[in-house]
Design a protein around this ligand. Sequence first.
Ligand code: TNX
Length: 499
Amino acid sequence: MSGQLPLPDLPTSKDGPMPTSPAVIPAPRTVHPDRGTTVVDPRTLAALAVALEPWAPNAAHALRDARTVGPLVAPSGSAATPATASLDATLPSEGYALDLSDAGWHLRAGDAAGAFYAVQVLLQLLADSRHDAGITTIPAYACEDAPTYPLRGISFDVARHFFGVPDIERLVDLAATYRLNQLHLHLSDDQGWRLEIEGRPLLLERASANDVDGGPGGYLTLAEYEHLQDYAAARHITVVPEIDMPGHTHAAQVAYPEISPDGEPREPYAGIEVGFSNVHLTSAETWSFVDDVVGTLARHTRGPRLHLGGDEAHTLTAEEYAAFVERLGIVVAEHGKQLVMWQEAAPVQLPAGTLLQFWTYDIDTSHLADLARERDVRFVASPAPHAYLDLKHDESQELGLTWAGTVEVRDAYEWEPASVLPGVPADKIEGVEACLWTETLRTWDDVTTMLLPRLPAVASVAWGSPRDTGTFLESLAAHGERWVRDGVAFHRSPQVPWR
Ligand code: TNX
């Protein structure tokens, strides 16, 4: 876990003319003022990758995929700009410093993750490079940077509509660009079950070939799940799997009717209602099922955390809910993992170190401050009006929901985690997670249309970037050019001065 650094007071540009700052998102903490440009030489890039390889191989690998605007050739008749890359123990975990000029390209980082993030910044500069008379240049950039929050995530609902390995990989790539470090996969819901579970073959046979509107559905095998974790780890991203209980369980009940309160068979569900299902709370059948599920997740998840849902169990009384969730916490602890739950679980006695994910103001939040003071719990901020990227950008957008209003790019950018969780002190906030639910999203283009340009906004909040809306929106315009080049669908928010 990285330490929390105080944010420096940086001047903002709100009053002056629009700056033409390099389009780096999230903006680093400290960026040195305009120092002109530096020539991009492929030999310098290669030397930097070689220097990174021994201690930051993921960063070296990412750098070898660097792309520039126009062909990249070594300037004739001159020696290459030298490059160095070093591990610097004085920098915080995930922190880094870059100093790029024609005198030398220098990278320092507190650890391999920091080096990876430095390279992500460099890749953004290269993607926005200038190419003139055969010479490629980028700004002579120098910055020092570290994240404020140790957890910076994106959650992806592959239960309402299934998205498989290639799409999840693409999402990991996008998350890495914006220096996120957690991918939370929502792997079960009323409409479908999406992960192979040892000893429970009927989950895949009976409860996965369905999604909202009766689409084909799908699932991840455990081998695919392991592969995705490797893919994510190579980008310094940890996967947190979520299986939702004790509500959102209709699909599980289709597969194993004996875990239902009435034990009756059920047909697959293809609607988008929430809050109507729950498992039998105390039966041996249910708890043997829970043990199989948590056991499989624990054995096959590399990261320390398992998310067990706990949201919208509207069919239960508070006492029934608390008894079930308390026992769930014990099972997860017995399997050696840390628990994450949606905020509804706040009143329940949960294992020390549990993370509670805040998402809505629609349920009573008055107890959160007491809880933060009295118990060993920490919070993840996913407030729907800012971080729910499945909500429409504006009323005219066809995709998306509106239950918590609309979320324009400025709404996703202009907020502070410590101000949105009522009464919770900043040091109890582990981080920020953007959420992408997929009731209305069917294709990868739908996914990126909702994520872009808002994921970079939430990522800036999660990183703890010094906020400057004008500069940020300008930077998005530069990133938009790249999305156009790469054929990535995005929402042309009228708030962004697209180029
Ligand atoms: C609320 S967020 C839900 C999800 C829906 C989402 C739609 C949460 C913990 N529950 O079941 O998909 O809203 O925005």
